[in-house]
Ligand binder design. Sequence first.
Ligand code: HEM
Length: 501
Amino acid sequence: LFDRNPVLRNWPVVGMLPSLLANTARIHDWYTEVLRACGGTVPFKGPWLSGLDMLVTSDPANVSYITSTTHAAKYPKGEEYREIFDILGDGILNADADSWRIQRKWAHMLMRQRRFRLYVDRTSRAKVGSALLPLLDRAARDGHALDLQEVMQRFTFDATCILVCGVDPGCLSPKFPVVPFAKAVDDAKEVILLRHTVPRTWWRLMKLLRLGNEKLLAEASDTVDCCIAEYVSARRNELLEAKAKKNNPDEQKEEEKEEEEEEEEEAVDLLTSYMDHEAEEAMEKLKSDKFLRDVILNMLVAGRDTTSSALTWFFWELSRNPHVESKIMDELTRTKSRYPKSPNRVFESEELNGLPYLHAALCECLRLYPSVPIVHKSAVEADTLPSGHRVEPGMKLYYCLYAMARMEAIWGEDCNEFKPERWVSEGGTRRDHNDKFFSFNAGPRSCLGKGISFTHMKMVAASTLYNFHVQVVPGQTVCPRTSVILHMKNGLLVKLKRRCN
Ligand code: HEM
């Protein structure tokens, strides 16, 4: 089949690698074409003895199987993934087995606490009101074009840093400053992508010698370590001071008085939650500097680019579907602001819960543009997938979510269209797409930040749309970049116009 298949040819010795290399620049669309032509699952053959063989699938039955509670342990991230993403240390994104289980348990517990959820609501609202809207307002008054992708990346870097470590790095300032921490994370991402395209022995050698891209990665890693160490030590000192105050009866009384006056419920970032947790004994290992460094970096990586990618594609789709924008505006204008005289309306988290059409439009955006377009797994034992394909121990498995969204057999003839109605039911949002919507992964390794990301996305989308009309500058080529995250290749230039509400 493959030898005759025009989209994926299996050559002697080099296998299917030439086809892959020829299509790297449009990898997601190419995988879509290949998977359509091959019925949804295809064994990819790399060059002989290269270890590049893998099974690529967009079959929802396979993905449900691989991610299910019963089978997930047979399909971990694996050693190779851990080595490529070594900058993530032993963090949750990189971990398997017991290490993953313990981290997942604690992260899940701390992220579900009311004080953390309050912190997410308050800080994202504050960031939208104090940084995002003023920046858009200035661009609207000056009439100059902005790269919306850059704006969204800067917003989510700050917002995620704030909720993870309680520090605002100030990326989203009018002059778009270079923030070493953010730059280091970006540099690391680029080099990690390149590691996927060269033989392992080659980049291992470069790493050992600290040469070329590997030198850049090593420097980025040093910067990340340095910045996080500062955050951790600052927070430790603050907590020590707070504890000392608590032990001093006079100061404690003063504090209680202040707290009564403020009458605001406590809200804290994730780092403080880890350090301040009552189960001191059990948490001792989890409070080490190395552990906290890995938690911070993994959460930051998990939360930042995923949310900004979704928001950028969302505004692009609205510009192509004005009827969807009108429906969202209808929904937004039906809600009443508590501060009608404020020049920039920032939505409150309670208001965001009552916007089913906006929710549906964001789900539809994540269906067509899954922020993580390809998810990697590796098999630990022999198995047969629901599609009938055989899996061997050590085999790599890729599931392509971008391709899955574009399969008529899965989403119907209109699969390529942006249709929020797919997600609307009489009672609100439809829940019956769980068997084919995997943008937040599924099963025991499903995304822990889904709720946070919806808070961020809705806060940004509602507040931006309510105050401004976002006009995409015509004549741009909009397509995905070849990256582990579904960024736009050339960014998205927009102009803003203030709305008269
Ligand atoms: C639109 C936004 C987001 C999308 C589409 C998304 C998607 C995903 C996906 C596909 C995975 C599985 C990745 C894999 O196994 O390789 C994942 C895992 C994860 N996500 Fe998200 N994510 C988003 C936002 C966030 C945010 C804001 C946070 C937290 C700040 C977060 C925290 C995590 C964590 C901790 C995991 C690892 C879970 C585990 O392995 O047990 N995510 N996410």
